[in-house]
Design a protein around this ligand. Structure first.
Ligand code: NAD
Length: 370
């Protein structure tokens, strides 16, 4: 019996395009290149692992510098989706798609529908959704060609914007960290810094304000800052100032890779718990660095899974209450991960990855017989 184990992502970047070597190294199942001269579509669909179910992951449009960069990104992102689905207890595998080009120039109805045809041809092994530079409207076009798409508007029977559920999951993960670190899950009176006041950060601020937290915010969008300073009394900080604030909790809800040597050195908080994807610049270096500094880190792919939970509900029959109930479970899983991390003296991201891999191995075994 093959044991399911995914290796570290630290060498995932490809300088040469050796696709089969990369597929084998990270155990990707399939990679599909989609070309259409008429619409200018150049897309790559990467299916990482479908032990638990069909691979679900959004479609990103990005103006990659070269093809190697696009392949690297789609492989890294699809692998991340495998972990996110597995740890969230969903019967989903990991996959992702990228469309190469400047979205403001290439995106048309025809291009999105052509992409939908390629998704259709995978017969449900891949389910797509919106991501960076794709919208609900784009998914409506994809849906004209295939049913294997989620993240549709509520008017079309979909779950609408998943961000509120993502925020709720982050809030639950944050409370689990607080319980472990401060002895109570109450965030009342806690000083919390939120980087990024967009869709997820904004809803998170509402939850935190209702609970009586003292809020600090940063963003590059002045209007958003003004809004939350005015409505929630949040204190606005500029640029990198947010890392060195004397707060209890830091919630990164904007950018990836911000937990690097420089920023971690500045942190004075006890907890890092936020929505941004891939917060650790290098998980094998910065996961242990946070642990050694005595900071409890809530693994990003665990606590930001509310959006995936929401679209999974859409896949099996949408019910908003069930989506929130499942997102609430992030509290228990985060608590468990913190315990395992302490008992086994491993950083929390590693503990979460181990748990995700174990679930995949266990289910692989369940499915070994007819
Ligand atoms: P968003 O685009 O609505 O918000 C991001 C915010 O970050 C914007 O207000 C933007 O102005 C701000 N920002 C950009 N650069 C910044 C900087 N240098 N400093 C401070 N703020 C900056 O995106 P979102 O949907 O709220 O997602 C936030 C993060 O959470 C992203 O990393 C995303 O990948 C991740 N995420 C989102 C979801 C979801 O359901 N939307 C699910 C999982 C993960």
């Amino acid at each position: 019996m093959r044991h399911f184990k995914i290796k570290s992502n630290k060498n995932l970047f490809m300088s040469n395009i050796e696709i089969f070597t990369q597929l084998a190294t990270y155990e990707h199942e399939q990679i599909v290149f989609c070309n259409d001269n008429a619409t200018g579509l150049r897309a790559i669909i990467a299916i990482h692992n479908t032990v638990l179910g069909p691979g679900l992951g959004g479609t990103r449009i990005w103006n990659y510098q070269n093809e190697a960069e696009a392949i690297n990104d789609v492989m890294r992102l699809s692998r991340g989706m495998t972990y996110k689905a597995a740890i969230s207890g969903l019967n989903l595998g990991g996959a992702k798609a990228v469309i190469i080009g400047d979205s403001s120039k290439i995106k048309t109805e025809a291009l999105m529908r052509k992409f939908g045809r390629f998704v259709k041809n995978l017969n449900g092994k891949y389910i797509t959704a919106e991501d960076v530079n794709t919208t609900t409207k784009d998914m409506e076009y994809v849906n004209m060609e295939t049913n294997h798409v989620v993240g549709l508007p509520e008017s079309m029977g979909g779950g609408g914007d998943p961000s509120p559920v993502t925020s709720y999951g982050v809030y639950m993960g944050m409370k689990a960290c607080a319980k472990s670190v401060f002895g109570s899950d109450s965030l009342s009176g806690k000083k919390i810094a939120v980087q990024g006041t967009g869709k997820v950060g904004g809803h998170l601020l509402d939850f935190l304000h209702k609970e009586g937290a003292t809020l600090f915010i940063s963003d590059i969008n002045e209007d958003a800052l003004k809004h939350y300073a005015g409505t929630l009394g949040a204190t606005v900080v500029t640029g990198d100032e947010i890392y060195g604030l004397d707060v209890d909790i830091f919630a990164p809800c904007a950018l990836g890779a911000i937990l690097n040597d420089t920023n971690i050195a500045k942190l004075k908080c006890s907890i890092v718990a936020g929505a941004a994807n891939n917060q650790l610049a290098d998980e094998t270096i910065h996961g242990p660095l946070l642990m050694n500094k005595g900071i409890t880190y809530a693994p990003d792919f665990l606590i930001n899974a509310g959006g995936l939970i929401n679209v999974y509900q859409e896949h099996i029959g949408y019910n908003r209450e069930t989506a929130y109930r499942k997102a609430e479970h992030i509290f228990d899983v985060t608590s468990e991960i913190i315990k395992v991390s302490a008992n086994e003296k491993i950083y929390t991201q590693k503990a979460a990855m181990n748990l995700a891999e174990k679930r995949i191995s266990d289910i692989l075994n369940v499915r070994a017989t007819y």
